[in-house]
Design a protein around this ligand. Sequence first.
Ligand code: GTR
Length: 392
Amino acid sequence: MAQQATNYDEAKVPVYKLPAILEDGKTVNDWESKRRAETLSLFESEVYGKTDLEGVKTSFKVAKQDNEALDGKAIRKEIVCTMERNGKQHSFSIMLFTPKAVSKAPVFLGLNFYGNHTLSTDSGISISENWVPNKEAFFIENNKATETSRGVRAYRWPIEKIIDRGYGLANIYCGDLDPDFDDSFKNGLHSILGETSMATIGAWAVGFSKAMDYLETDNDVDAKNVAVFGHSRLGKAALWASAQDPRFKMTISNESGCGGAALSKREYGERLEVINTRFPHWFATKFKKYNSNEAALPIDQHQLLALIAPRALYVGTAEDDQWSDPRGQYLSLYEASKLYESYGFKRIPEDSPKVNETRQIGPLGYHERSGKHEVMPVDWANYLDFADKHLK
Ligand code: GTR
């Protein structure tokens, strides 16, 4: 299939028309009574597929607990979540650290790329037996995680800092929910579901909500103050989870880009044809209909952000990650801020802030830091400051 050249030139962004989040003259009441549900169902049918867990029974079991984790500062639990339907089961683990200094802690809930054990060198953390990508061959062998990979992603998750600031951290390995390869939806959560339009990002989003079901039962957690966090493809999943599940008080999208926070109709950086070809399992089959035809989309990603209103929402981007279109992610947030305005908050300015300048206005946050596609300490510094305002 011939593919278009990637556009990184602002002057070559086509003239595009974004569907209105809310028609002129309509109110928050119109949004909440009608337009919100219409918008959600468009994302289900055109983009991510529908989350249909009809007939699924879910149970949780605390399988491991260490009350002296992180040199005695934290409690670490491993919770096994089992989902069952028509006699078939699928299980995944939730890793949870909570600070002992706080009786009920607000929590950051995230998904990770290579296993919960990659977040810390703590040898008590179980290593997933499931398929792991071989991409980082130095710590993955034959698609299996091994002891050598303990802590390899700790730099992306400053657990001690999070705990010291009074927050908990919960995490799930995304491959325990649904493996990140095109398996015609046979594995992971799909293995217990019948015919479904839900794709892999949809299955990852389910993980966030199932973890929330558990957090609501944990006495060490303040489940009214949970932030979802995801980087890149997992940022797309975090946004979709929060759009569907209003229990999340705060949402952080770190460089989620195409199919996440970025506007598709700008056709800047990653395009739908590219993402749908390289990752045919991420989105609903119907999304492919818009390959090289973003103009025909009846919705765009600013409406995904609008589904999170009026809750706290932070979009982090990076200057060297033009593939994910930082400007398109900011404009998406700007458009969504018009709905926040209807809720009585301030609309954010249309111009992006300067690189490395943090913009936090009411429930909306944004930065474009210098550097590449990554999760950096400065990203977390901003997210923690934002959380101090919205989760405490
Ligand atoms: C890229 C993909 C992006 C982003 C990224 C990631 O290959 O094109 O949309 O999801 O992967 O997840 O790191």
